[in-house]
Design a protein around this ligand. Structure first.
Ligand SMILES: Cc1cc2nc3c(=O)[nH]c(=O)nc-3n(C[C@H](O)[C@H](O)[C@H](O)COP(=O)(O)OP(=O)(O)OC[C@H]3O[C@@H](n4cnc5c(N)ncnc54)[C@H](O)[C@@H]3O)c2cc1C
Length: 423
């Protein structure tokens, strides 16, 4: 650029051309009402307190760092400890010495964490909902003391290793073997997609995995194992486009000896594994509700601040219609989650109802996140603007703990009485 051209530019744009800084977390004057139908208006104080704690933690400790970790596919491990310190890790599993945490409180925590970042909600899903719950519900008192308690406080990362490279939706067909030997068991097999499964081998941390394996009689048993055990190796899965701020592992178990006291006393068949999974299915629905709220909040905040054609996007009728549609989808899944949580609290939630909640919630979240991503235009594909992260992350929620199709098959079976999983 010549000096003349430069001065002409400076005269025309004395302050340069600066795009405003958008406030996309709905803070301060840009606050967005994410409960327009008042679905959470009657939440009891003790549950609302858990929700508020998760909200504050998400805004002050997660939001400022998460884009960077997500971008680098790094694991913000310090947050595991913080989640434990704030008692946000238990997913409603009640242990002696901890305050009572209701299923509603657990759902609201899950929702608020996912509202800001679904990787962080998934840390709780893996460590609290799956690993800790397996030990608390299926283990002995000694196992609870040794493993579940430090998982609850965030001192011990925990993993739940069920899925295998060749057994995903049909995890019931798992092929990992547990062979009885003197004084314990020898485990052989491979596990794929295991959140927190590589923290021991890769970072040298003390970490545990709940491993599901088939014994000599063909029954599925659960073992809680130290990831430092000889024979346990794990690689972090790289190249993911979703949930980049938590690591999943491909685990190989080669002639890994585990003592008798690693066996979860009450995990005797796949029915026991299923009970743990059933208890967490609604949790994934809550995560999807949270991600949907986060995407909606981002879209509303952006539409009010971004100007095109001399007016905010929010002044366009079609944008209003889109926001109304997103709100409608969001409120429907908020209502469904709350309704199912009430059924669950009363011990009345059925498998098909839990499947319906997961199926409906991740579908709606996917639609809302796609709409939000589009509403942010080019900014919508930049990680730093929230929408892209939610858009990518809901893909994983849609798939894990029973894909959309698997939930549909479960719902369908309850409608028609026909199981259509095979042939
Ligand atoms: C980010 C992430 C985290 C995870 N964390 C864990 C974890 O911590 N621990 C763990 O054990 N597992 C974990 N999983 C595994 C997860 O539960 C599986 O990915 C899921 O159950 C699907 O299995 P799959 O990926 O092998 O897909 P597949 O089972 O191979 O399915 C592929 C496609 O086929 C469809 N399909 C499958 N069967 C049928 C059928 N009978 N009829 C019609 N369609 C069918 C599916 O819906 C899907 O669309 C995680 C997965 C992801 C992606």
């Amino acid at each position: 650029m010549t000096q003349d051209q430069q001065s002409q530019y400076n005269e025309t744009f004395p302050d340069g051309v600066t795009e405003p800084e958008y406030e996309l977390y709905g803070r301060g004057e840009h606050a967005v009402d994410v409960d327009p139908a008042g679905v959470f208006a009657d939440v009891p104080d003790e549950d609302a307190e858990y929700r508020q704690r998760a909200r504050e933690f998400s805004l002050t400790e997660v939001a400022p760092i998460i884009d960077d970790y997500w971008d680098r596919a790094d694991y913000p491990l310090q947050l595991v400890r913080r989640l434990g310190e704030l008692d946000l890790l238990r997913d409603g599993v009640n242990l002696d010495g901890f305050p009572h945490q209701s299923r509603l409180a657990a759902g609201l925590v899950n929702m608020e964490l996912a509202r800001v970042d679904a990787s962080v909600a998934t840390i709780v899903g893996v460590q609290g909902a799956l690993a800790l719950r397996s030990v608390a519900d299926k283990g002995s008192q000694e196992q609870v003391e040794r493993w579940a308690r430090p998982m609850a406080t965030g001192e011990l990362p925990g993993a739940f290793a069920l899925t295998e490279p060749t057994h995903g939706s049909d995890s019931v067909g798992l092929g990992t073997r547990a062979t009885r030997v003197s004084g314990g068991w020898v485990l052989n097999g491979e596990k794929k997609w295991i959140g927190n499964g590589s923290l021991g081998p890769q970072l040298g941390l003390e970490a545990a995995s709940v491993v599901w394996a088939r014994d000599d009689d063909g029954d599925v048993r659960g073992f809680v194992v130290d990831q430092a055990s000889p024979g346990y190796s794990a690689e972090t899965i790289t190249g993911k486009l979703a949930l980049r701020a938590i690591w999943q592992a491909h685990i190989t178990l080669k002639n890994m000896f585990v003592p008798d006291d690693a066996l979860l006393a009450d995990a005797r068949s796949f029915k026991d594994t299923s009970q743990v999974l059933f208890a967490t299915r609604l949790g994934v629905a809550w995560s999807a509700v949270g991600a949907a709220m986060g995407a909606y909040e981002t879209a509303v905040a952006y539409a009010k601040q971004r100007e095109q054609f001399g007016r905010p996007l929010a002044s366009s009728q079609i944008v209003n219609e889109r926001l109304a549609r997103m709100q409608s989808e969001m409120v429907q899944i908020q209502l469904l989650a709350r309704h199912c949580e009430r059924l669950e609290a009363a011990g009345a939630l059925t498998g098909p109802q839990a499947s319906l909640a997961k199926y409906s919630s991740t579908r709606a979240a996917r639609s809302i996140a796609a709409n939000a991503r589009d509403l942010l235009g080019g900014n919508g594909i930049l990680i730093g603007n929230r929408a892209a992260r939610h858009f990518a992350d809901v893909e994983a929620l849609h798939t894990y703990e029973g894909t959309e199709t698997v939930q549909a098959l479960l719902i369908g079976r309850s409608v028609t009485g026909k199981s259509t999983f095979t042939g």
